[in-house]
Write a protein that binds this ligand. Structure first.
Ligand SMILES: [Zn+2]
Ligand SMILES: [Zn+2]
Length: 140
């Protein structure tokens, strides 16, 4: 499905109109592979001279997350970070608690072990979040 329709459908579900501003938020998130918080996404839009309000950025991010179009990285005390999830392969994150650097990883053993645990219980996996908090090489 075209990504434009993905946004339209998500907005429709939430009873919101598809506007240029909301499209701009989605385009900005899709524009790179970075993990950014709402404030960073907001500044990037402003830097590109897009007149999008902070409230629109936060609201649109909520809608995108609720509709599974973006991935959320929960960081405890710091604001959550987001990345595009559409056509992006599943991966997990390693987060440096000192400098905030985020690395991605996939480990087939961990993935299949998680599936086995869920299978054994007779459950059905909906999604999983696996985050490792570390001190990176530079911060040790
Ligand atoms: Zn670090
Ligand atoms: Zn990622």
């Amino acid at each position: 499905m075209a990504t434009k329709n993905l946004l339209s459908n998500a907005l429709k579900k939430e009873g919101l109109r598809h506007t240029i501003q909301r499209q701009a938020v989605w385009d900005e998130i899709k524009s790179n592979d970075d993990h950014r918080d709402a404030e960073q996404i907001y500044s990037a839009l402003r830097k590109n001279n897009l007149n999008v309000s902070r409230a629109t950025v936060y609201r649109t991010i909520d809608v995108l997350y609720k509709n599974n179009l973006i991935r959320k990285i929960e960081l405890g005390d710091s604001p959550s970070k987001y990345e595009n999830k559409v056509n992006s392969d599943h991966h997990d994150h390693i987060i440096c608690v000192q400098c905030g650097r985020i690395d991605e990883f996939v480990d087939d053993k961990i993935e299949s072990q998680q599936d086995k645990i869920i299978d054994k219980l007779g459950f059905k996996m909906i999604r999983h979040i696996h985050q490792l908090f570390v001190l990176c090489k530079d911060c040790q």
